[in-house]
Unconditional design. Structure first.
Length: 473
């Protein structure tokens, strides 16, 4: 598991303010970050965590979310391949989508979901926004309303949807109030009416998608019950300051519709329950304080999720040998679980035992051949054993990873390192140029591409690819 910090910068703000009304086609993630930048810089100073989005990279968590979302997307008539799932390093209960098709879900939403059905209900609601074209219509309304209103209207459908969730610090509500109050009365009223209708429409769509996939809607009512409890402390606040309709109104509508579902008593499968509990244990072990982990998973709890969480927390706390021993026991008892095999391999590799890491990592790749993250760490470990046969295998595995995801700068960086250690200088420079190009470091990409051509046969496929990088950068 790793986190990727996407810092918010002033240049992005200027881009979105200029480009929003011009219909500028900005890259994925940049649209969202740019809008957030414009919002945050316009407000009074707030805490550092609100100024950036940190994404968690974890194959086990992401694959679970994708698997839960896939049938719902199909029920909505959306190709799952066109939707990217991202896990946000934020403990608050929230999820949101952007017009490009990216779905973002806070890890806190996963931890706070008591059942898989609750988590699937949250996903179904967000898919309802996508299927209904709500973000496109929001943008169109914003363009009509004008540039300042455009920025404030994007507010509601983005990360600040947490205003109707678990806003522990109260900052979200203040930000919503500050921005909406800064807009004209007419724009404000139109905006809130629009948001309320779209949230109710997303709930209705979620119920439809859950029924089409023969799943209970109980999870959605439970989520809305939780939102209602969270709102109770600010029930007297004016309705127009909320980006979502009051949870009580949504709950009543949803309960009435859910009661008629033929699948209202359908229960989650044991496999889904165990899968969610394992992911929750992993996220808790990695992201929560050690004492929080031990409170939630005391030593008296001998379940697989509890042992998983404690091993991870111990490893994170610096108890490497003991954690590796615990993880080895879990992996040995569950040889068909690729996630346990991968994490054991990762722990061994990161504690300087590259050779020992190969067996569990190879098993993880065999069990989950489509998980690029597993293949990357396997290739990295192969590169570090110092054995020629392992280095050749590293190049094979990492080349395969770049074919699986040609947009992975990390894959090309690791491949460059493997080529370099094998003495294949031209190919090492070319792979490094690919990585630089993907990171948008065009100056470095050009320099490396030129260097690569000096050590590659002129006219060869690799030489021509370097020429492409020179032309494009």
């Amino acid at each position: 598991m790793s986190t990727d910090r996407n810092a918010v910068i002033v240049a992005l703000t200027m881009s979105v303010i200029h480009g929003f009304s011009k219909g500028l086609n900005m890259p994925k993630h940049v649209q969202l970050l740019a809008v957030l930048t414009a919002l945050l810089l316009a407000l009074a100073p707030i805490s550092a965590h609100a100024q950036q989005i940190r994404l968690i990279t974890d194959a086990e968590t992401q694959t679970m979310i994708e698997d839960f979302a896939r049938p719902l997307l199909k029920a909505a008539g959306i190709n799952p391949r066109n939707v990217s799932v991202n896990i946000v390093n934020d403990r608050r209960f929230n999820a949101f989508v952007v017009e490009s098709g990216d779905m973002y879900i806070n890890y806190g939403t996963i931890l706070d979901s008591a059942t898989p059905n609750e988590l699937k209900a949250v996903l179904a609601h967000e898919i309802g926004h996508l299927a209904g074209g709500h973000l496109r219509r929001l943008r169109e309304q914003a363009q009509v309303a004008g540039q300042l209103q455009a920025i404030s209207m994007v507010l509601g459908i983005g990360v600040l949807a947490a205003a109707s969730g678990n806003d522990q610090s109260g900052e979200v509500g203040k930000m919503v109030s500050a921005f909406i109050m800064g807009s004209s009365s007419a724009a404000r009223n139109n905006f809130m009416a629009y948001r309320q209708s779209e949230e109710s429409a997303a709930d209705a769509a979620a119920l439809k998608f859950l029924e089409r996939t023969k799943q209970s809607a109980t999870g959605l009512t439970e989520v809305l019950n939780r939102l209602q409890r969270n709102q109770s402390s600010s029930a007297g606040a004016a309705g127009y300051l909320r980006t979502h309709p009051l949870a009580e109104d949504r709950l009543n509508q949803t309960q009435n519709r859910a009661a008629g579902s033929p699948f209202r008593n359908k229960r989650d499968s044991a496999a889904d329950i165990q899968r969610l509990e394992m992911v929750k244990a992993k996220l808790t072990g990695y992201l929560e304080r050690t004492q929080t982990v031990l409170n939630r998973y005391p030593n008296s709890d001998k379940s697989l999720p509890a042992r998983y969480a404690r091993a991870i927390a111990g490893y994170r706390a610096g108890a490497g040998p003991a954690a590796v021993k615990q993880m080895a026991a879990l992996a040995s008892a569950n040889p068909s679980n690729p996630n346990l095999q991968e994490l054991l391999g990762q722990m061994l590799f990161e504690t300087g035992q590259a050779t020992a890491a190969l067996q569990p990592l190879a098993r993880a790749v065999k069990l989950a051949p489509n998980e690029i993250e597993y293949r990357l760490i396997y290739g990295a470990a192969l590169s570090d054993t110092g054995r020629a046969k392992d280095l050749n295998e590293a190049i094979i595995q990492l080349s395969r990873a770049t074919q699986m995801d040609s947009g992975s700068a990390r894959a090309f960086s690791l491949l460059s390192r493997a080529y370099g250690r094998a003495g294949r200088t031209g190919e090492a420079d070319l792979a490094a140029a690919e990585a630089a190009f993907l990171r948008r470091d065009m100056r470095l990409a050009r320099g490396l591409a030129k260097k690569a051509q000096q050590n590659l046969p002129q006219g060869s496929p690799a030489w021509l690819r370097a020429d492409d990088i020179l032309a494009l950068s």
